[in-house]
Design a protein around this ligand. Structure first.
Ligand SMILES: [Zn+2]
Length: 54
């Protein structure tokens, strides 16, 4: 199963979730830190690039 990377737009927490394509379309991930639902998907390639800076 592919791993998806998400970022919470509330607390900026970035986290990974392993889920199927079907799950990703129907289930909305919840931020593990603040339980917020304003979570946006991050392309893993993009995330790898940006995380190198920090
Ligand atoms: Zn959050």
């Amino acid at each position: 199963m592919p791993t998806y990377v998400f970022r919470c737009s509330n607390c900026r927490k970035v986290f990974e979730k392993i889920m199927t394509v079907a799950q990703r379309e129907h289930a909305r991930p919840v931020c593990p830190k603040c339980k917020g639902r304003k979570v946006e998907p991050v392309l893993s390639g993009f995330f790898a690039k940006t995380s190198r800076k920090s």
